[in-house]
Design a protein around this ligand. Sequence first.
Ligand code: MF3
Ligand code: CO
Length: 260
Amino acid sequence: MSLIKTPQEIESLKRGGEILSAALSAAMRACVVGASTEDIDRIARESMERAGAKPSFLGYRIDPHDPAYPSTLCISINDEVVHAPATPARIVQDGDVVGLDIGAWYEGLTTDMAATVAVGKVKEEERELIIETRRALEQALKVVRSGAWISEIGAAIEDYLKPHGYGIIRDLVGHGVGHAVHEDPQIPNFRDPRASKVQMRTGMVLAIEPMVALGSWKIYQKTNGWSLATRDGSMAAHWEVTVAVTDDGYDLITPWPNQL
Ligand code: MF3
Ligand code: CO
């Protein structure tokens, strides 16, 4: 399938992105002390289903031989970076740093986005990690335009975050999105010498998603077979939006969530 979406497809993606952003905003509001991750998951799923969209992670297989993903949201808490499933037994605690990642199918196309919220008494350096990770994504968006190199995204993120000494996760990437949850190109979040030389083109739809740790970038998979967490146990933050590349910039497919 072509990585270039038609103007009609981009209009569908924008309608889907509005629905997705509303579902993520609802999940962020529901992310309070005492809520189970399953409660938050249901709120997000019901929000998108009322609008006619369907979860795109629920049932998804990252690799064809993987098991199907069990929830609508990935709710990754504290040292977890991404992909933690929602479960009834898992309760949000005071001081948690909670990453919420979600995708939705609408009119045959899928969008992807994520945000990180601080619940209650979160340490100042952890709040700063959350804010700076979002700002790094905003910096990355500034390089997006037809003709730019995909590698400029990682360079912008790395340069912006350099003064903090954070660990930018290296084993996970942003990606093309639309006809599938993960499409080419892969989008590293740092100056990756292995990055393929791909140029952005008008109509490409990209999910850009810096994942950043207070400590080292090294991660491992928890025994549930899904959750990816920092090896040193340090806190991680994750923000993601889907954009469509245009001649002179981008169209935001998934509006920034509004929490209020
Ligand atoms: N947004 C996630 C990503 O881009 C997709 C999660 S797929 C799931 O990696 F199956 F783990 F939910
Ligand atoms: Co993604």
